[in-house]
Design a protein around this ligand. Structure first.
Ligand SMILES: [Zn+2]
Length: 373
């Protein structure tokens, strides 16, 4: 009887809470060699072991299980110098079922990847590598009950020795021209998308500049996407939009249509004025939420010389939560700029009702909010 009641209480608990756990997953990084030569790929192995007695579904995003670099997921040090991330920055949909890796109790899965595809590792010497995040997002599956988890993992550092200098990846030839591998209809679609992107970026810049200082702390549109008003953050967002507007009319801005992945688009740091368009971009509407115009704003905001934004979260729900929990990250998040510019549904820059909690001074941890969709 007692056991039944306890079990019932436990079930109630797990089905209504996001649990922060440690020890359910073991993360291991292993170099494949002690030292690497110029022509070697800098391959290392990343493995996860489910040390619990339940099945787990682990979000592949932000781990090497994605198959290619889409985020800055490792801390790579060359002596005391942080090695720059040179992998892709993408725009994609919030995660779906296929974005989770299934791990049975006790199961270990591993993947191998070339670290130099994501980090500028071209100088001979010793590199220290560590998985940057200490949390993984997952579900625990117990029968029909799925519980959201945030699993804390420890990543020990590994070292890699590169014996000889090698040519930097950024020196590789990249195709030039305003359109690469774009059909005539795709070029026409891109021209329309660019015109709309220029329009909404300029409108964003103008409204941020023209909103009177006294009105800014209550500006619904600003607070929804960038969080509690602070003059320095507002200035950053304003100058970001000024740079985004300029980048969208830069004659050197170019487009590459060769991508065939189910994401919107991506950029890479070694092609500083190029946007790579992928499958979902062509299916998106011209304007409105997650539109083609908005995607171009998202992508150019990533350029180092424009706003150097990151991808903390994707999608309106998570961006609104980020604005509440962590405005400093929201002003550095690409999708937050996109949604401000798209302004769908319409929000004004005058004061009005803002989402409950926006502008609150006591904020829960961002990872907790992100899990409460
Ligand atoms: Zn992005």
């Amino acid at each position: 009887m007692k056991t039944t009641r306890l079990l019932w209480l436990l079930l109630c608990f797990v089905s209504t809470n996001t649990l922060a756990q440690s020890g359910e997953l073991q993360l291991t990084l292993s170099p494949l060699k002690q030292s690497y030569q110029e022509q070697d790929s800098l391959t290392i192995e990343f493995s996860l072991r489910n040390t619990s007695s339940n099945s787990l579904r682990v979000l592949k995003r932000g781990t090497p299980f994605e198959g290619s670099f889409s985020t800055d997921m490792f801390e790579v040090m060359f002596g005391k110098v942080l090695v720059p991330y040179i992998g892709r920055r993408v725009k994609r949909r919030p995660p779906g079922e296929a974005d989770y890796l299934r791990l049975l109790p006790g199961e270990r899965v591993s993947t191998r990847f070339d670290l130099s595809r994501g980090y500028e590792m071209d100088r001979a010497g010793l590199y220290t590598v560590r998985y940057r995040d200490n949390i993984l997002k997952a579900f625990r599956v117990t029968g029909a009950v799925k519980t959201r988890l945030v699993i804390q993992v420890q990543s020990s550092s590994i070292t890699l020795q590169l014996i000889e200098d090698r040519p930097p990846l950024s020196s590789l030839e990249i195709s030039t021209g305003n359109f690469v591998a774009c059909s005539v209809p795709q070029q026409s679609t891109l021209n329309d998308s660019l015109t709309s992107a220029q329009t909404i970026a300029l409108q964003s810049q103008q409204i941020l500049n023209s909103t009177p200082t006294a009105v800014r702390p209550g500006a619904q549109r600003y607070i929804t996407w960038f969080g509690q008003y602070q003059s320095s953050r507002y200035s950053t967002v304003t100058s970001n939009f000024q740079n985004i507007s300029a980048a969208l009319v830069d004659p050197e801005l170019s487009f590459d249509c060769s991508c065939n992945e189910d994401i919107y688009a991506y950029v890479v740091s070694f092609a500083p004025k190029k946007v790579f368009l992928c499958n979902i971009f062509w299916q998106a509407p011209l304007v409105g939420t997650d539109s083609r115009a908005g995607t171009l704003i998202h992508e150019v905001s990533h350029f180092f010389a424009v706003a150097n934004t990151a991808d903390y979260v994707y999608g309106q729900t998570d961006c609104k939560a980020l604005a509440i929990s962590d405005p400093d990250s929201a002003i550095d998040n690409a999708d937050s700029h996109e949604y401000f510019a798209e302004n769908t549904p319409f929000l004004s820059m005058s004061s009005g009702s803002v989402p409950s909690g926006a502008g609150a001074t006591i904020n829960p941890a961002p990872w907790l909010l992100l899990l409460l969709e």
